[in-house]
Design a protein around this ligand. Structure first.
Ligand code: NAP
Length: 252
């Protein structure tokens, strides 16, 4: 059997593709041959669109605030009608709020739970129904090192990322026999807007860097290979797995 990493003819939805890791993964999936539906709260995603179209792939923009749970069903419907089908879903959009646990507000808690967990659950359920009908699909959730560790000043973020790991395994158990693989990628410390505040704190950045066996932070490009693997036939017997892409952090 020839190993098949090609995504020619596939359509991938990537949430949070406007910037950061989502943009890197959207471009990686397009490099492997997929057309991309990019979902973000921004009205346009000019940079990602350009990068995907430069590769000769189609890019459809869907502007939606994923904190609004009552909009999720129409986001799914629009996505399927724009491209005709969806083969791959990357649940990447995520937010982080930082505050000491004793001062962490209800508003911050609710906002993070909505985008990082409630939207992931609903998008997975709705796109999953479509994939089950088609007899195949690949769902890749973006977890975190904080799917395994508690972190500092990020109780809601850590709770949602632990939950994303649980959701991944839960959906995988039910759907892998129906042709739908559900897995997750847990990125380590990556250079994006999400981590800008901790990178600005020189002591904290130096401490974290010293604990990464590879000795440097990751970039959005580092997720291209892992996401293409989990989106392609090459990973057809991989189910409910959480793949750490962390320069060795979890093993250290
Ligand atoms: P980022 O640069 O801040 O990107 C976040 C993306 O999510 C943006 O494209 C944003 O697009 C979208 N987004 C945010 N709120 C949204 C909303 N309400 N509705 C729709 N889209 C929304 O952060 P990132 O580092 O790339 O993070 C991407 C994912 O990786 C997140 O799930 C994060 O938790 C996870 N992660 C990051 C790291 C890291 O070190 N950076 C490590 C582990 C896990 P718009 O601006 O268009 O809304």
């Amino acid at each position: 059997m020839k190993i098949n990493f090609s995504l020619e003819g596939k359509v991938a939805v990537v949430t949070g593709s406007t910037s950061g890791l989502g943009q890197g993964m959207a471009v990686g999936l397009a490099e492997a041959g997929a057309d991309i539906i990019g979902i973000g709260s921004s009205s346009e995603q000019p940079e990602t669109k350009q990068k995907v179209e430069d590769l000769g792939r189609k890019f459809y923009t869907i502007s939606a605030d994923l904190s609004e749970q009552d909009k999720i069903a129409s986001v799914v419907k629009d996505s399927i009608s724009k491209a005709g089908k969806v083969d791959i879903l990357v649940n990447n959009a995520g937010i982080i709020r930082r505050n000491q646990a004793e001062n962490f507000t209800d508003q911050d808690w609710d906002d993070v739970i909505d985008v990082n967990l409630n939207a992931v659950f609903r998008l997975t359920r709705e796109f999953g129904k479509h994939m089950i009908e088609n007899g195949s699909g690949k769902i890749i959730n973006i977890a975190s090192m904080l799917s395994f560790q508690g972190g500092l000043k990020v109780p809601a973020y850590s709770a949602t990322k632990h939950a994303v790991a649980g959701l991944t395994k839960s959906f995988a158990n039910e759907w892998s026999s129906k042709g739908v693989n559900v897995n997750a990628i847990a990125p380590g410390y990556m250079e994006t807007a999400n981590t800008a505040p901790i990178r600005e704190d020189k002591d904290r950045k130096a401490y974290i860097t010293s604990r990464i066996p590879q000795g440097e932070w990751g970039t959005p490009e580092d997720l291209k290979g892992p996401v293409v693997f989990l989106a392609s036939e090459a990973s057809s017997y991989v189910s409910g797995h959480i793949l750490c892409v962390d320069g060795g952090w979890m093993g250290s």
